[in-house]
Design a protein around this ligand. Structure first.
Ligand SMILES: CC(C)(COP(=O)(O)OP(=O)(O)OC[C@H]1O[C@@H](n2cnc3c(N)ncnc32)[C@H](O)[C@@H]1OP(=O)(O)O)[C@@H](O)C(=O)NCCC(=O)NCCS
Length: 170
């Protein structure tokens, strides 16, 4: 189908460190995929303020902790981690269900383990069932919920699943 056609024309390469020139393509992908898949989970004012500049500034400080996968000349997905936290994992629609998300997640896990940490964490917004199934297939375990408050009064509260995975530290 469309996904297979896109990937068979240019099989994805393995995860690579992100370079400064990757900042803009990552921000464009993140902006598009976040609005496709996540905007519906957040309060409308928070979702609408998240423009391309928001995602560019969110990624910029963590470019050194980012791995990307390309399919041909196009960016297929990226992962970012901070300390023990897998912070973002986003794959374009045409590259989902293919060998992109798994290797990206493994790259982040390997980097966290290489820093000597024995457990990795992530938060997944409650309702993002596909992502949760993916993480559990990859050996992550659900550890309960936490909440993030949005809005000037903090009155819009969004629940997240907390997941973790035991690693073998380097
Ligand atoms: C979450 C995400 C990274 C997972 O990556 P993925 O490529 O979709 O994950 P998988 O490789 O496990 O494939 C997912 C689905 O495709 C299916 N699939 C896998 N290979 C397939 C194939 N060759 N043909 C058809 N379907 C296939 C899987 O069965 C799975 O479906 P299911 O979850 O309904 O059982 C990706 O969906 C994504 O970027 N989502 C949007 C952003 C997001 O939610 N990020 C996570 C934030 S916490």
């Amino acid at each position: 189908m469309a996904r297979d056609a896109a990937l068979s024309a240019a099989p994805p390469a393995g995860p690579a460190p992100a370079a400064a020139t990757d900042l803009e393509p990552i921000a464009v992908l993140y902006h598009a995929v976040w609005h496709e898949t996540h905007a519906r989970f957040l309060p409308w004012p928070e979702a609408t303020r998240r423009d391309l500049a928001f995602f560019r500034e969110r990624v910029r400080p963590w470019l050194h902790c980012t791995r990307i996968v390309r399919a041909g000349n196009a960016l297929a997905g990226f992962v970012t981690w901070h300390d023990d936290l897998v912070a973002q994992l986003y794959v374009v629609p045409a590259a989902r269900g293919a060998a992109v998300a798994g290797p990206l997640l493994q790259a982040a896990e390997a980097a966290i383990a290489a820093a000597g940490l024995g457990e990795a964490q992530l938060l997944c917004v409650v309702g993002n069932e596909r992502a949760r199934r993916f993480y559990e297939r990859c050996g992550w375990e659900h550890r309960g919920r936490c909440w993030q408050a949005f809005g000037t009064d903090g009155d819009a509260v969004v629940p997240y699943w907390r997941l973790s995975k035991t690693l073998i530290p380097a």
